[in-house]
Design a protein around this ligand. Structure first.
Ligand SMILES: *Cc1c(COP(=O)(O)O)cnc(C)c1O
Length: 486
């Protein structure tokens, strides 16, 4: 039976809040990552497959089964010693918001089905637009940055080729090409495929030595493509690359876009967070206000639970032109009001109240709370940078953002993929911390990557990581010297 009676519900909520509170309180005592091996996978599979849905479980047993397995079988991104990809700990208000969204289940396809939810998201779109320097903004919440980048490509196609909306790429006279840097996010590859352009339409512009997109190389490529009869459609800058936190020269790229008539998109999925820190937007994101569209992921630096992306644009009419459809079955109750139905404005149709976790987190932390948190994380990044330098590592990326790419300075093999991989493998296997490898630059140099992604990460955790790296390094030295076979 789908519904539970009041007594069962009360017990379930009590157990659930117990699970949540226990996780938040105790997660730092867990291994950051589970052990991954064939035997563990076998055990996990038989565990999961033991659920054959023929014998209904009591709600409490179902909850217990899931909670225990989540505890055991995931990389705990909310762990303060998770120095990983942009997967933060969830804000408590975000957790509450997701529970409310599931409970009230507002439908964000038609405005009239959820006026409150729609007005909250509209308010957020305008507020974030203003943070990025837009005088007027439109936008839509997305599942994440990938959908936002996909949306950017679709709106660029619609803006450049009005005939695209009805007749598709076949009607487009010149083959469109898009530009990102070799350090850009690979969601543009998928977007190019999904839009029918094909991955070959994406030009990976080389990075300069500082890992920013090489503007001269971009200009040369745009000129060559134009010469060849192609249409430079979209220039996608990255504000905070995934591997190294590099911000492309936004103003110069905006100039190139303006001169060629290309759509200028800024993928600020993670790095866009600095727009919330007074002073830093002007310093680090200068030029972003000239973007035709912006990608920003609240589920990254703003620490709301996944997925919460934002596509923002300064073109008020472009989403309706890209996604507008007329149907006979959608509610029309809002037709006489000055409102927009989200299904005419987004790749999604039925849509969850994505903005609520952002709204509730902001209501409680405020812009100031976010600014203070981000500054703390930047300071922890600086502590890690200095600690690494002091203990024999060379930090190879130059960024003000708290993501560090490093190699070992003095060890003869300290820049080789094999050696760095072994360091990372040992750190992760210890269960004490999580970090990863990345490949940066045009030659895909392997580096160790550590990011302060968690707002709970403090000096103790940063120092623990530095200590752990020293430990692992001496283990490897002993092994080389034949003292131990650890
Ligand atoms: C994470 C990321 C994306 C993809 O966003 P998702 O939310 O994972 O879909 C795109 N661009 C950049 C720069 C990112 O860091």
């Amino acid at each position: 039976m789908l519904g539970l009676d009041e007594q069962a519900r009360t017990a379930l909520w009590q157990q659930l809040t117990g699970v949540i509170e226990n996780y938040l309180r105790e997660v730092e005592t867990a291994r950051v990552a589970p052990e991954l091996n064939a035997a563990a996978l076998e055990r996990l599979r038989s565990q999961v497959q033991s659920a054959d849905f023929t014998q209904p479980l009591a709600p409490s047993d179902a909850l217990k089964f899931v909670a225990e397995n989540l505890w055991e079988q995931q990389v705990h991104t909310p762990h303060p010693r998770y120095f990983g990809l942009f997967n933060p700990a969830s804000t408590e208000m975000g957790i509450a918001a997701d529970a409310l969204a599931a409970t009230f289940n507002p439908q964000l396809a038609a405005w009239s089905h959820s006026p409150f939810a729609n007005e909250v998201e509209r308010h957020l779109v305008h507020s974030f637009g203003a943070k990025f320097g837009y005088e007027q903004a439109d936008g839509t919440f997305t599942s994440g940055g990938s959908e936002a980048n996909h949306t950017a490509l679709l709106t660029a196609l619609t803006a450049a080729f009005p005939e695209f909306v009805e007749h598709g790429l076949r009607a487009v006279a010149k083959q469109p090409v898009i530009y990102s840097s070799s350090q850009g996010h690979h969601s543009f590859v998928k977007a190019a495929r999904a839009c029918g352009l094909g991955a070959a339409a994406l030009r990976e512009i080389p990075a300069a030595a500082n890992l920013q997109m090489d503007v001269l190389a971009l200009r040369a490529q745009v000129a060559a493509d134009t010469q060849a009869g192609l249409h430079p459609l979209l220039i996608a800058a990255t504000a905070g690359t995934t591997n190294a936190g590099i911000i492309d020269p936004l103003g110069e790229l905006a100039d190139v876009a303006a001169q060629t008539g290309a759509w200028f998109h800024v993928d600020a999925a993670w790095g866009g967070g600095v727009a919330l820190v007074p002073g830093l937007r002007a310093l680090l994101l200068e030029g972003i206000e000239r973007a035709d569209s912006i990608t920003f992921d609240a589920h990254k630096w703003m620490s709301v639970p996944m997925g919460a992306g934002l596509y923002l644009t300064r073109h008020r009419e472009i989403l309706a032109r890209t996604f507008g459809v007329a149907t006979g079955y959608m509610p029309r109750d809002g037709a006489r009001l000055n409102v927009v139905d989200p299904f005419t404005h987004s790749l999604q149709w039925s849509r969850r109240f994505i903005g609520l976790k952002v709204f509730m987190s902001l209501l409680v932390a405020g812009w100031d709370g976010y600014a203070a948190t981000l500054r703390h994380q930047i300071a922890m990044g600086e502590r890690l940078r200095q600690g690494l330098r002091a203990t024999g590592w060379e930090v190879v990326n130059q960024t003000a953002l708290p993501v560090l790419c490093f190699v070992e300075r003095d060890h003869p093999a300290g820049r080789t993929a094999e050696y760095l991989e072994e360091i990372v493998r040992r750190v992760v296997a210890s269960g004490e911390a999580w970090l990863s490898l990345a490949c940066i630059g045009n030659d895909q140099q392997t580096v160790i990557r550590a990011c302060i992604t968690n707002f709970r990460t403090g000096p103790a955790e940063v120092d623990a990581l530095i200590g752990l790296l020293m430990c692992v390094r001496s283990e490897l030295q002993l092994k080389r010297a034949g003292v131990s076979n650890a």
